[in-house]
Design a protein around this ligand. Structure first.
Ligand code: SAM
Ligand code: SF4
Length: 463
């Protein structure tokens, strides 16, 4: 019997981990329709760009990628084949019809809330292919649905590249109601929605059954999670952590990204009680200046953030913190920037992400008049990154001499080496056999190298 060769799907993912998770779910949704993932764009029948709109450069990158894809589409057509192109994600949500207008070779444009409708869109777009190119219009879907997107997506499958095999992402919350004045997320991802507890536990259980040892719960505001349980009661992220800790085979839990205002007592208590919850917290503050925090609509002060850090450290003394910082927000003075450097020194981050402020159309920040010169932003970013890099180096050095549990996930870069992650999300390399992969091992940290730790497998002490 003749088998029909599966069509090939290539997804290019931009931006955050939530997009990585979404890309995997899109691949899951298209698998029953005959699409198998490929890592080679040139052999694809369908290319999806899963885009990010958080900063200006991100959307520019999408349009230049579309230029390259047009060439590939032309080449394929010249040799009797074809290529369908879809633009998904937050640029698609924000720019919708504009993409269809600027890039007429695109077949589908759809936002993050429409992924469960992807097979229907694809069927429509395939139908459009038979039309004359001049009459053809992209299928555009940027509606926020009434129905539950997650309930309408197929179950997450471990064999479709979620995470790196032993680790997986699991989106529990989407959208944001905070409206920080610089940020597009509330407009592109919509209002804050949490997945029901049973759905999350079920997905985590399935991942654990497939061999996943570590899950990272995802959400734009993950600690604002308030999923309903079977009785309709809202369950917070802290309580959810205790439920997930019960799942056989699951050994580690992380979550990102958290907002300082949603770090409640129950979640802090979970950090105190559960070794399962990793002692690494991404807790962005954005600025150390109260004036700028107010203008950013962050709804907390620098002192409140510092008090929160202290409370978390009281509960879990070895907690490592990471953060996000924006330099050059409109009106930021040298003194405001010095306050940001001060809060970084006061907290002592193990790592941090930092960005130059990028004006996003439609956000309140875009209407502020005191925009900061690019040269000033560049200089401030360099100073901030120098400080953070030094803190990261110091943090790595402080681990030398300790014994850390390391989830060994892969072969190392050098022959005879394996690699994994410490509880603090540091990469760790050590000499060892591939038999170590798949489990947590006690590792003596004996040194550091650029951005990682060097370890030695702790030898069992004879009784
Ligand atoms: N919800 C998270 C929070 O409140 O901290 C952050 C999510 S956002 C997707 C990731 C990071 O992008 C933010 O923490 C911020 O530092 C950065 N970001 C967002 N909008 C930005 C902008 N307009 N310019 C520069 N950086 C921006
Ligand atoms: Fe954006 Fe602020 Fe919401 Fe984070 S909390 S997603 S920065 S609006």
């Amino acid at each position: 019997m003749n088998q029909i060769a599966p069509k090939k799907l290539f997804i290019k993912t931009y931006g955050c981990q939530m997009n990585v998770y979404d890309s995997d779910r899109m691949a899951d949704a298209l698998a029953p329709h005959g699409y198998a993932p490929t890592q080679d764009m040139a052999e694809a029948d369908l290319v999806l760009l899963n885009t990010c709109h958080i900063r200006e450069k991100a959307s520019e990158k999408v349009f230049s990628e579309l230029g390259r894809l047009k060439e590939l589409q032309n080449e394929k057509r010249a040799s009797g084949g074809d290529l369908m192109i879809g633009v998904a994600g937050c640029v698609a949500q924000a720019e919708g019809e504009e993409i269809a207008r600027r890039a007429p070779m695109v077949d589908m444009v759809f936002g993050p809330q429409a992924y469960h409708r992807l097979p229907d869109m694809l069927a429509k777009a395939e139908g459009n292919r038979h039309m004359h190119p001049a009459l053809r219009r992209a299928v555009v879907d940027t509606d926020f649905p009434e129905e539950d997107k997650f309930a309408n997506l197929p179950a997450a499958k471990k064999d479709v590249t979620i995470g790196r095999g032993l680790t997986a992402f699991l989106t529990v919350q989407e959208g944001c109601d905070k409206f920080c004045s610089f940020c597009v997320v509330p407009y592109t991802r919509g209002a804050e929605v949490s997945r029901p507890v049973a759905q999350v536990v079920e997905e985590a259980r399935r991942l654990a059954d497939a061999g996943v040892k570590e899950i990272t719960l995802l959400g734009q505001n993950v600690n604002a999670y308030h999923g309903e349980d079977a009785s309709g009661r809202a369950v917070g992220l802290g309580e959810l952590a205790y439920l997930l800790a019960e799942i056989p085979g699951l050994e580690r839990l992380r979550y990102t990204t958290s907002h300082p205002r949603d770090m409640d007592d129950a979640l802090i208590a979970a950090h105190r009680d559960l070794d399962f919850l990793m002692p690494y917290l991404h807790l962005p503050v954005q600025s150390g200046s109260d004036r700028i925090l107010k203008a950013m609509n962050r709804k907390h002060t620098a002192a409140e953030y510092m008090r929160l850090i202290e409370r978390i450290k009281d509960a879990r003394p070895d907690m490592a913190f990471s953060g996000d910082f924006i330099v050059g927000f409109p009106g930021e003075t040298d003194a405001d920037f010095e306050d940001t450097l001060k809060i970084i020194r006061d907290v002592g981050y193990s790592s941090a992400y930092s960005f130059k402020y990028s004006t996003r159309p439609g956000t309140p920040g875009a209407n502020l008049t005191e925009q900061i010169d690019e040269a000033v932003k560049v200089e401030r970013l360099a100073r901030l990154q120098e400080l953070v890099n030094k803190q990261t180096t110091d943090f790595h050095a402080s681990c030398v001499g300790r014994t850390l549990p390391v989830l060994i996930e892969r072969v190392g870069r050098m022959p005879g080496q394996v690699g994994g992650r410490s509880p603090y999300l540091q990469a760790v390399h050590l000499e060892g056999s591939t038999d170590l992969i798949g489990a947590i091992h006690e590792v003596d940290i004996i040194g550091t190298s650029t951005n990682s730790l060097v370890g030695r497998l702790r030898q069992a002490v004879a009784a």
